[in-house]
Write a protein that binds this ligand. Structure first.
Ligand SMILES: N[C@@H](CCC(=O)N[C@@H](CS)C(=O)NCC(=O)O)C(=O)O
Length: 341
């Protein structure tokens, strides 16, 4: 009887715990490891998301997502090279192997996730599409936009959402499409269109690019869901895991109160969750094919999700966007990551 109980107890433990294994590396994981850097596809220039300064240094939340992956892979967030891509080029660049990860304000949709041979690894920014108009138009709602000329960027979800919105509201419009955000902004500024439409985050970013930002206003309507996140090719689950868990580590770090400033001191903290995130007990780096301190390196070098948000697009940036939907789930937002355990 005693023996039977013991066997049952062992079986129960085995069923509830995981069989820890070592991650089997795939093609992209291996090639990134051996070349020693991450090739990261970003936008051609979008303040807060990915923009190169006059010294050629890339900055932004999409840039930091790639730096976090490099910190996890190599213990060095600087091991990234950036490829600027416009909306039309981005998926081909990933499919062809020109880049290892696409981190370029790209909306996760059904068709992109299923028919392009790609996988979205998570959501770095919950966005939605909005409209910016010249103050001269004297309108305060998108419902009054019938007949407007609209500047749009080609190859985006933006194009499709506008078509849907105008059709369902029985309004007409004239689309004027451009290939880059710079061209789109210039056209709007030159008065070639009455309206500029894009993801709302980008309206803030593009508005500050205008020579007279105060002459433009953003209308209150948000007409779509635009969950933006990093994308990888299908067929390398190990690489997918690294990109996905780099972001999850940042979200978990914020939830646990770990920041780039306090993470070293936290190494002596007794909280088991903190100790697991820092790779000090419980879970092992080899499960994801990395060193035990992979998440520590992200937090130390790039910061937690909140730090990354604030510095690039939030209260510490020129954009000053509120956390809103991008607050942690525990603060009323949508950012939620599965636990590190
Ligand atoms: N999130 C949307 C829109 C993305 C997009 O490309 N938006 C333009 C409008 S501002 C942009 O980021 N342009 C920057 C560039 O071309 O480098 C999508 O995934 O299709």
């Amino acid at each position: 009887m005693k023996v039977k109980m013991k066997i049952a107890a062992i079986a129960a433990v085995a069923a509830c715990s995981m069989a820890a294994g070592t991650a089997q590396a795939g093609k992209t994981f291996d090639s990134v490891k051996s070349k020693g850097f991450v090739q990261c596809g970003v936008s051609t220039g979008l303040p807060g998301f990915s923009v190169a300064d006059d010294k050629g240094q890339w900055k932004g939340i999409d840039v930091d997502v790639c730096r976090a992956v490099a910190a996890a892979m190599f213990g060095d967030a600087s091991k990234v090279k950036f490829s600027p891509l416009n909306a039309k080029e981005r998926f081909t660049a990933l499919q062809s192997g020109e880049i290892d990860v696409l981190s370029r304000n790209t909306t996760w949709t059904y068709s992109r996730d299923t028919s392009l041979g790609l996988n979205f690894a998570g959501v770095t920014y919950y966005d939605g599409q909005g409209f910016m108009v010249s103050k001269k138009l004297k309108i305060n709602t998108a419902k009054k936009l019938s007949g407007a000329a609209i500047c749009i960027q080609a190859g985006t979800t933006t194009e499709l959402n506008v078509a849907d919105y105008f059709r369902s509201n029985k309004m007409t419009y004239k689309a004027i499409t451009y290939d880059t955000s710079d061209e789109t902004v210039k056209a709007f500024e030159a008065g070639r269109c009455d309206v500029l439409t894009s993801d709302a985050s980008q309206l803030y970013a593009l508005r500050i690019k205008l020579s007279a930002p105060d002459n433009a206003i953003v209308l209150p309507e948000i007409i779509s869901k635009e969950p933006l996140g990093p994308v990888v090719r299908q067929g390398d689950d190990e690489w997918f895991n690294v990109v996905r868990w780099a972001l999850f580590a940042q979200i978990n770090a914020e939830e646990a109160g770990l920041t780039s400033g306090n993470v070293d001191g936290m190494k002596t903290n007794k909280d088991p969750n903190i100790r697991r995130i820092l790779g000090l007990e419980g879970v092992k780096g080899e499960m994801i094919g990395l060193k035990d301190d992979w998440a520590y390196q992200i937090i130390k070098q790039v910061g937690n999700y909140g730090e990354m948000f604030d510095r690039n697009v939030g209260k510490g940036s020129a954009l000053g966007i509120a956390r809103g939907q991008n607050a942690l789930w525990s603060a009323g937002g949508l950012q939620y990551a599965p636990p590190i355990r």
